[in-house]
Design a protein around this ligand. Structure first.
Ligand SMILES: O=c1ccn([C@@H]2O[C@H](COP(=O)(O)OP(=O)(O)O[C@H]3OC[C@@H](O)[C@H](O)[C@H]3O)[C@@H](O)[C@H]2O)c(=O)[nH]1
Length: 452
C-alpha cells in the first residue's frame, strides 16, 4: 500500500536525483578538454564528498557519479563555474533540508546511565571532539559557545539530533539550565587569540568560571575545568609535576591567560570547599589535531600551513625552546576519565614526548614536503623555554596515558589542513596566511569580540 509518507519520500528522492542531474548538466556546459588544476579538482571533489556524506542513498550514488565526472573534466571559466556552484549549493541546501538528516549511530543508554552534560566552548577545537565522544556514548549534550574561536561547523553534524543542543551564549553571562556534569572549556587558548583582547580573556576565565560554578552549585553538577600547562609559566622545574607552583610573570603579555587560569583553579577549589561543588581540574599541555582553526596561530597549525603553502616556516627565537605535543583524541580520553574519576586534585594531561621547536619544524617540513625554508624570527616575550608534563598522577589515578604517536597525529592534521586550505581559497575570506603569533592583531576571524 502506498502511503502519503512513501510518496513524499519518493518525491524527495526524485527531486534530489533531478537536481544532481542538473548539476552534472550545468557542469558539462562549463567544461572543455582542458584538465582542471589540483585546487579545482579538490574543490569539486570536496563538494561531492559533502553531498555523499549528507545525502540519502540515491543522492550518494548520484553524487559519486558527479564526482567521477568532475574529476576527469576541465573547467574553462572558473569564476563562472564558482558562481554557478554557489547558486546550485543554495538549491541543494533546500533539498538537504527536506531529506531526513543522518547521524552517526550513538549508543543507547538507559535513563539511569544517561547524563545531561554541558560543554562550554563545545564548538571549539578540543570541545567539539569531546562532544563527539560524549554523544557517541549516548549522553545528552548541551554545547554553549560564543563562537569567538569555536565554529558551528565543528558540531554541525549533531545539530537536530534529539540528544544534542547548541546554545549561542557567552559564559560571562549567567546560564540557567539543568545538567549533571559540566566540562568548562570556554576560553581562547592560542596565545594570539587570548592576547587579542586580554580583558575579555580574563573575564571569561574569572566571571565565566564563576557563572559555571554558580550553575553547578544550583543544580548539583560536577565540574571539570580546562586549566593549562601555562599555570607553570616559564617553569624552573622540569618535567612539570602538579605539585610545582609555577613561575608566572603577573604583568607580562601571557598573564591574562596564565593568571586567569590560575584564578579558575582557585575558584574551583573555593567552590569545592565552601559550596561542596565536586570539581576536577585538568592541566592541559600543548594539544593539536583536526579542527584547529586555520587562524589558530599555535605552532602546529602555523608550521603545517606554512609548509603546505610553501611559505617560510617561522621559528620564534632560537628554536631551542621545547614543547611536548599531544593528539586531541588522547586528551579527550583523559578528560572523560578524569571527570568520571574520584580524584579531585589537578591532573596534567599531555604527551611527555618532548621536542625542541627547531626539531619540530624539521619534522613538519619533512612530512609535508615542499619548498619552504626554515627561518628564525624574533622570540616571543616571556616564551616558556622548556615544557614537558610529568604524567605519573594521570597514569596512577586514571590509568591514562597518551597513545597516538606524533607522526600519526601530524599526518591526520596535515590532511585536515589540506582540506581547510581548499575551502579557504574558495571562500570570500581568504584565511590561509598563518598568523604571526607575536602580533595578536594578525588574527582576523572577523568576530566581534570587543565587548568589555
Ligand atoms: O609560528 C610559530 C608559532 C609558535 N612558535 C613557538 O612554538 C612554541 C609553542 O607555541 P604555541 O603558540 O604553539 O603554544 P604555547 O606553548 O606557547 O602556548 C600553549 O600552551 C599550552 C596551551 O594551554 C595553550 O594551547 C597555549 O597557550 C613557542 O615557543 C612559540 O614561540 C614558533 O616558533 N613559530
Amino acid at each position: 500500500m502506498i502511503t502519503v509518507k512513501t510518496m513524499k519520500r519518493w518525491f524527495t528522492s526524485i527531486t534530489a536525483v533531478a537536481f544532481i542531474l542538473a548539476v552534472i548538466f550545468n557542469w558539462s556546459l562549463l567544461v572543455s578538454s582542458k584538465k582542471p588544476s589540483d585546487v579545482e579538482r579538490a574543490f569539486v571533489s570536496d563538494k561531492a564528498q559533502h553531498l555523499a556524506d549528507t545525502g540519502d542513498e540515491k543522492l550518494q550514488a548520484t553524487t559519486k557519479l558527479a564526482e567521477e565526472k568532475n574529476s576527469v573534466v576541465g573547467v574553462t571559466n572558473l569564476h563562472e563555474a564558482l558562481e554557478k556552484i554557489q547558486e546550485l549549493e543554495k538549491r541543494l541546501r533546500d533539498i538537504e533540508f527536506r531529506i531526513p538528516k543522518k547521524y552517526p549511530e550513538v549508543e543507547f543508554l538507559t535513563y539511569k546511565d544517561r547524563k545531561r552534560i554541558l560543554v562550554t566552548g563545545g564548538a571549539g577545537f578540543v570541545g567539539s571532539h569531546l562532544v563527539d565522544r560524549l554523544m557517541m556514548e549516548g549522553h545528552e549534550v548541551i554545547v554553549v559557545d560564543n563562537f569567538f574561536t569555536g565554529r558551528r561547523r565543528n558540531v554541525e553534524h549533531w545539530v537536530g539530533h534529539e540528544n544534542f543542543e547548541l546554545i549561542h551564549h557567552d559564559i560571562v553571562n549567567p546560564l540557567y539550565i539543568e545538567v549533571d556534569q559540566i566540562y568548562h572549556l570556554a576560553s581562547p587558548a592560542s596565545p594570539p587569540h587570548y592576547m587579542y583582547n586580554p580583558v575579555k580573556t580574563i573575564k571569561t576565565n574569572t566571571v565565566g568560571t564563576i557563572n559555571v560554578f554558580g550553575l553547578a552549585k544550583r543544580v548539583g553538577a560536577r565540574v571539570l575545568i580546562a586549566s593549562t600547562s601555562e599555570v607553570y609559566g616559564d617553569p624552573e622545574v622540569h618535567p612539570q609535576t602538579e605539585s610545582y607552583w609555577g613561575h608566572v610573570n603577573p604583568i607580562g603579555p601571557r598573564a591574562c591567560y596564565d593568571e586567569s587560569k590560575r584564578i579558575s583553579e582557585t575558584l574551583a577549589y573555593s567552590y569545592g570547599k565552601q559550596e561542596n561543588v565536586q570539581v576536577r581540574v585538568a592541566r592541559i599541555f600543548n594539544t593539536y589535531g583536526p579542527r584547529m582553526h586555520i587562524n589558530d596561530g599555535r605552532v602546529v597549525s602555523n608550521f603545517i600551513l606554512q609548509a603546505l603553502t610553501g611559505q617560510d616556516i617561522t621559528i620564534y627565537g632560537s628554536g631551542k625552546q621545547t614543547r611536548s605535543f599531544q593528539y586531541v583524541s588522547d586528551l579527550v580520553d583523559g578528560l572523560i576519565k578524569l571527570q568520571n574519576s574520584n580524584y579531585s586534585l589537578p591532573v596534567n594531561l599531555g604527551n611527555p614526548d618532548e621536542h625542541t621547536i627547531e626539531e619540530f619544524a624539521s619534522i613538519i617540513h619533512e612530512m609535508v614536503g615542499g619548498k619552504s625554508m626554515i627561518i628564525n624570527k624574533d622570540a616571543m616575550e616571556d616564551d616558556p623555554q622548556r615544557r614537558k608534563p610529568d604524567i605519573t598522577r594521570a597514569t596512577n589515578m586514571l590509568g591514562w596515558q597518551p597513545l597516538v604517536p606524533l607522526q600519526k597525529g601530524i599526518k591526520k592534521t596535515v590532511t585536515f589542513f589540506r582540506r581547510e586550505l581548499m575551502r579557504s581559497r574558495h571562500s570570500e575570506r581568504n584565511l590561509h596566511n598563518p598568523v604571526d603569533s607575536r602580533n595578536a592583531n594578525s588574527i582576523h576571524n572577523g568576530e566581534d569580540y570587543n565587548d568589555l
